[in-house]
Design a protein around this ligand. Structure first.
Ligand SMILES: *Cc1c(COP(=O)(O)O)cnc(C)c1O
Length: 506
C-alpha cells in the first residue's frame, strides 16, 4: 500500500471513523501535533496566569450538554483543548507556582505516561504485566537506595500518600491479631478501643484513614507539638501509657517528616523508642520531604526511619513525576499481604508462591493497577541520582535565599524555621499605638489581602496556612522550572502589593 492509499479518516466526507481504532497514519500525525503543542505549552507557560481565571461553571457553559452523535475529527477536539481546556486550568507546571507543595511533571515523566497509556497494562498479577511488576521492584529499589533506607524495606506503589498511609494503618491493625479481618469491629464487646497517634500538625489523610478503617475519630490521639511544630515525644509516651492503663490498644503512631504547613520534622528516633517499648507500629509520613533524602547532605532527615515499620514518600510531590505515584516502603510486607490478600479462583495462577512472585493485587484494595513504575524508572534514568539531587538542592537554596530576604527586611517576618524548600512568613509593617490583639487582627487582614492580590495578578500563586492563630503565607519551591529569577520576581511582587495595600489602609 502506497502512503496515499492509507485511509485518512479525517478527510473522509462527513467524518465517520470506521470500526476499530484511529489509523496508524492519523495517530502519527496527531501524536506529532500533540507533542508540539506540549512543547509550546512548556516553552510559553509563563505567558499564562498561574491561577485559573475562570469562574465555577464557565467551562461547563462552553461545552455541549449532550454527547456528540457522530465522531468528530481529532483536529477539532485538539483545538478545543487549546481554546477551552488549557485556559481553564491552574498551571502546576508554571515556574511561579509556589502554592501548597509546588510539584511538577517533567518531560521524561510525560513520556512515561504516554507509554503507560499505550501499554494499558493491568498489573494485577505478575503474569498480566510481568514488566510492570518487575520494573516496580527495580525502580523502588533504586529509589530506596537513593534515600538511604536499608534493604530490609520493600516498596509498593499506590496512587497517593493518603492511600499509602491508609494501607499502612490497615497493616498495623492486622498486626494486632485481633481477628478484625475476619470478624470486623462492629458489634464486638470483646474489642477494646484501638488507638492511633499522630501530631496535631499531621496531614488530614491520617484522620481520614482512621475514619475509613472504622477505627473512628475518637481513636485518634493528636499529640501536641513544640515551638517548632514537631511532635512532643514525651507527650506521645504519656498518651500511649494512659491508653494502656485504661485497657485500650495502642496500634500505630504516625510521625511526619516534612509536615504540610511548615515542613517540620518530628523526632522520629524518639518516637521509635516509644513505639518499640510498647510494640506500636511506626508509620512515617514523608510524602513531601522523603524526596529531599536523595540529596546526600540531607539524608539525615530520615534519621530513625530505618526503625519504622512503614514509610510513605511521594515521587509525584518533589521528584518531578507526573501525578500520581506514591510509594509505601515497609519492613513488614508479609503483614500487608496478610491484611489484603484474597485470591478468588479465577485469579489463581501457576505462580502462586507470593514470596517469589509478587501479585500486587494482594497488597491493597485495588485489583487492577496502572503501570506507574515506568515513568519513575524513566525519570531516575534520565536525570540520574546526581541530577535529581542537584534540582532539590537548588530548591532548598532558593527557599533559604527567600527566607534571608524576609529576615533582613523590616516589616516582614518568618513564622517558622525553613528546613527544606517551604518558607512561612507574613508582612508585618509596624504601626504605633496598637494593642497586640489589634496588631494581629490588622496583620491577618493585610496578609489575606496581600496573597489575594498577588494571586489575582496571575504572575504567581501562593497559598496560606494558620500558625499559632496567625494568617501565614507559604512560599513552596518545588517546580522543576523555577529559578532564582522567579523567586526574586515574586518577592518584588509581594513588596509592591504590600506597599500598595498599606497605603490604601492609611
Ligand atoms: C501532600 C501530603 C499528603 C497527601 O498526599 P496525597 O498523595 O495527595 O494523598 C500526606 N502527607 C503529607 C505530609 C503531605 O505533604
Amino acid at each position: 500500500m502506497r502512503e496515499t492509499d492509507v485511509p485518512r479518516t479525517e478527510d473522509a466526507e462527513g467524518f465517520a471513523p470506521p470500526l476499530g481504532d484511529m489509523s496508524a497514519e492519523d495517530f502519527r500525525r496527531y501524536g506529532r501535533e500533540i507533542v508540539d503543542w506540549i512543547a509550546n505549552y512548556f516553552a510559553s507557560i509563563e505567558q499564562r496566569p498561574v491561577l485559573a481565571r475562570t469562574q465555577p461553571g464557565d467551562l461547563v457553559a462552553k461545552l455541549p450538554a449532550a454527547p456528540p452523535e457522530r465522531g468528530e475529527p481529532m483536529g477539532a477536539i485538539l483545538s478545543d483543548v487549546d481554546a477551552l481546556i488549557a485556559p481553564a486550568l491552574t498551571h502546576w507546571a508554571h515556574p511561579s507556582f509556589f502554592a501548597y507543595f509546588a510539584t511538577s511533571t517533567s518531560a521524561p515523566g510525560v513520556f512515561g505516561e504516554l507509554l503507560c497509556a499505550a501499554f494499558d497494562a493491568k498489573a494485577l498479577l505478575w503474569r498480566t504485566a510481568p514488566a510492570a511488576q518487575e520494573l516496580e521492584e527495580v525502580a523502588l529499589s533504586w529509589l530506596r537506595q537513593m534515600i538511604g533506607l536499608p534493604g530490609s524495606f520493600q516498596g509498593i506503589i499506590y496512587d497517593t500518600a493518603s492511600v499509602s498511609s491508609m494501607h499502612a494503618i490497615a497493616a498495623a491493625r492486622e498486626s494486632l491479631d485481633l481477628r478484625i479481618r475476619e470478624d470486623g469491629m462492629s458489634g464486638r464487646p470483646d474489642l477494646p478501643l484501638v488507638c492511633v497517634y499522630t501530631s496535631e500538625q499531621s496531614h488530614s489523610s491520617i484522620e481520614k484513614s482512621v475514619i475509613t478503617l472504622g477505627l473512628g475519630q475518637r481513636s485518634l490521639r493528636k499529640i501536641p507539638t513544640d515551638a517548632e511544630f514537631r511532635m512532643d515525644a514525651d507527650a506521645l509516651a504519656r498518651a500511649v501509657e494512659e491508653d494502656l492503663r485504661a485497657g485500650r490498644v495502642p496500634c500505630c503512631a504516625v510521625a511526619t517528616v516534612g509536615t504540610t504547613s511548615t515542613t517540620s520534622v518530628d523526632p522520629v528516633s524518639r518516637v521509635a523508642d516509644v513505639c518499640e517499648r510498647h510494640n506500636v507500629w511506626l508509620h512515617v509520613d514523608a510524602a513531601y520531604a522523603g524526596s529531599a533524602a536523595v540529596v546526600p547532605e540531607l539524608r539525615g532527615l530520615l534519621a530513625g526511619c530505618e526503625r519504622a515499620d512503614s514509610l510513605v514518600m511521594n515521587p509525584h510531590k518533589w521528584l518531578f513525576t507526573p501525578f500520581d505515584l506514591s510509594v509505601l516502603y515497609t519492613r513488614r510486607m508479609d503483614v500487608l499481604h496478610r491484611a489484603f490478600s484474597l485470591v478468588p479462583e479465577y485469579l489463581r495462577t501457576l505462580e502462586t508462591d507470593w514470596q517469589q512472585v509478587r501479585n500486587h493485587s494482594e497488597y491493597g484494595i485495588q485489583l487492577g493497577r496502572r503501570f506507574r513504575a515506568l515513568k519513575l524508572w524513566m525519570i531516575i534514568r534520565y536525570f540520574g541520582h546526581e541530577g535529581l539531587a542537584a534540582r532539590i538542592r537548588e530548591h532548598c537554596r532558593l527557599a533559604q535565599l527567600f527566607a534571608s530576604w524576609i529576615k533582613s527586611s523590616s516589616g516582614w517576618e518568618l513564622l517558622a524555621p525553613v528546613p527544606l524548600s517551604v518558607v512561612c512568613f507574613r508582612a508585618a509593617p509596624s504601626r504605633e499605638g496598637e494593642t497586640d490583639a489589634e496588631r494581629e487582627a490588622r496583620l491577618d487582614a493585610l496578609n489575606e489581602r496581600l496573597i489575594n492580590s498577588v494571586n489575582a495578578s496571575g504572575a504567581a500563586f501562593l497559598t496560606h496556612t494558620k500558625l499559632n492563630g496567625r494568617f501565614t503565607i507559604r512560599l513552596a519551591v518545588g517546580n522543576i522550572r523555577t529559578t532564582e529569577e522567579h523567586v526574586r520576581r515574586v518577592w518584588e511582587l509581594l513588596r509592591e502589593q504590600c506597599a500598595r495595600l498599606s497605603d490604601q489602609s492609611v
